[in-house]
Design a protein around this ligand. Structure first.
Ligand code: FES
Ligand code: FES
Length: 213
């Protein structure tokens, strides 16, 4: 039979062990690549090289920086807008390696070597991209907040259709792809416009596609 003293020692051992476990659990796991000396709230910096609007840009940024924040806060390209920061509005749409993406939902460090086009790279006031000119002609905006994303998306959508990439509303996968209102509306459905300029945006895109609006 264990004595009272032995029991006491054993209980102390158990308590000490439990305390050590609790203390270990409270220490956050070290992030991959985080220096031993860095605390959990200290940023981990990484270098990334991007080609933005035809220019090579080198950044050293917090690995948690979204592509949208990298453009707006570090490169001072504020044309891309932050509407929701949750991938729900499309205001932050950029063209990355030929595909449109919500730049708020992707980390800048994931795009090492990527070719990125923002609204500033599509055209300038004295040399507008045809999609920008068509938006002006057809009044495809009101407040303009969603417009950079709409235009980047619109350019990419027409390229998708031209490349024969089907959408959810494509009826015949074997027929040549047509730029119909239904195709435009379906493909642009991730770009929200609170001002409701949708019908004018469809007209603008239709004109750029070469179909009578
Ligand atoms: Fe990116 Fe809304 S800000 S989808
Ligand atoms: Fe105002 Fe689209 S023009 S949100």
């Amino acid at each position: 039979m264990p004595s009272f003293g032995e029991n006491e020692l054993s209980r102390r051992d158990v308590m000490a062990g439990a305390t050590a476990c609790a203390a270990l659990a409270a220490v956050p796991a070290r992030a991959e690549g985080r220096p031993e000396s860095a605390g959990p709230d200290q940023p981990v910096l990484a270098k990334v090289s991007l080609t933005v609007n035809g220019q090579r840009r080198e950044l050293e940024i917090d690995t948690r920086t979204s592509l949208l924040d990298a453009a707006r806060e570090h490169l001072h390209l504020t044309g891309s807008k932050k509407g929701c920061d949750h991938g729900q509005c499309g205001a932050c749409t950029m063209i990355v390696d030929g595909r449109r993406i919500n730049s708020c939902l992707t980390l800048a460090v994931m795009h090492q070597g990527s070719e990125i086009t923002t609204i500033e790279g599509l055209g300038q006031p004295d040399a507008l991209h045809p999609m920008q000119a068509a938006f002006i002609k057809h009044d495809g905006y009101q407040c303009g907040y969603c417009t950079p994303g709409q235009i980047c998306s619109g350019v990419a959508v027409l390229a998708e259709i031209k490349a024969g990439i089907p959408s959810h509303v494509t009826a015949d996968l074997n027929a040549p792809m047509q730029v119909t209102d239904a195709e435009i509306r379906e493909r642009m459905s991730g770009n929200i416009c609170r001002c409701g300029a949708y019908s004018n945006i469809v007209e603008a895109m239709t004109e750029v596609a070469g179909r009578p609006a």
